[in-house]
Design a protein around this ligand. Sequence first.
Ligand code: ZN
Ligand code: ZN
Length: 112
Amino acid sequence: MATDNFKGAAGYLQQEQGYRDKALKMYPWICGRCAREFVYSNLRELTVHHRDHNHDNNPADGSNWELLCIYCHDNEHTKFHEYILYGATKEKVLAPATFNPFAQLKDLMEKK
Ligand SMILES: [Zn+2]
Ligand SMILES: [Zn+2]
């Protein structure tokens, strides 16, 4: 029996449950993006999002939490990943924009 693994998973769930409970007590059960309202029966579709995307950052005042439905939550993380992926790439792409590829071509043509 992999009791150690089981304990580890349970510990993680307990931690998540801890801040989720706090966030649900602190905030109205409404998705912060699409304003969908939640009741007990569908509450499991309402999730706690960490504004700074750091799940270990759980201040007691709830300032790092935001309640989002699973769809908006998904969307939020896709955006964040796109920001990391394409935000970083964009800078690399934009940087050589000051370089004029035709300058060299003009040079070559004038030498002719
Ligand atoms: Zn939503
Ligand atoms: Zn999140």
